[in-house]
Ligand binder design. Sequence first.
Ligand SMILES: C[S@@+](CC[C@H](N)C(=O)[O-])C[C@H]1O[C@@H](n2cnc3c(N)ncnc32)[C@H](O)[C@@H]1O
Length: 205
Amino acid sequence: MKPNSATIRKRYDRIAPYFEGMEAVMEGLFFKSWRKKLWAKVEGHHVLEVGVGTGKNFDYYPKDARITAVDFSEQMLKYAAQKRDRKNINVDLELMDIQSLCFADNSFDTVICSFVFCSVPSAVKGLKEVYRVCKPGGQVLLLEHVVSSNPVLAAIMSLINPVVVRLVGANINRNTVKNVKACAFTSVHVDKRSSHIIKLIEARK
Ligand SMILES: C[S@@+](CC[C@H](N)C(=O)[O-])C[C@H]1O[C@@H](n2cnc3c(N)ncnc32)[C@H](O)[C@@H]1O
């Protein structure tokens, strides 16, 4: 049986104190430069970050934007709030599930996230919600790790996926590009610099 939202939320609550330490090496080697590329694409004034985690994207927030950031893990948000206060970041943090966002339709110029749809329990439901709250003509930007296009690696990723989900709450075998393309976006573009596992996806409503 697939873990439900409460289970995944608890897993992030549990790893929140160690989250940045766990990702430190990958962050330095890869994620940092991807975050820069992702946030360089933000358009418009009103921005929503979904799955903010501990606030690892704060350093890349555009200075003049009005940003709201949500997460469903109270503990991850607690660390994000501490970082916001320490770094004096201008962001509204809210406890919220991406699968049922409490925002009106067509609210944001850009909806953005990094490494989130690997763990949203129903990725399709979550993507429909980010589509709903994005303004017509606005964009949804996603930086995601996905199942490899190499069939051998993909099989290994699927085999060990249940263990990874159990430990950290994230799936390593999702096809997020396909899931985004299944939504009603007018265009979906994958940045050419993407690798076979890390994808920078730009979807236009
Ligand atoms: C791997 S962490 C990434 C955090 C951050 N975006 C980053 O780049 O470091 C995934 C985050 O997504 C959040 N998340 C997963 N599913 C969610 C949902 N349905 N609603 C809100 N947040 C969710 C988790 O609580 C966690 O903080």
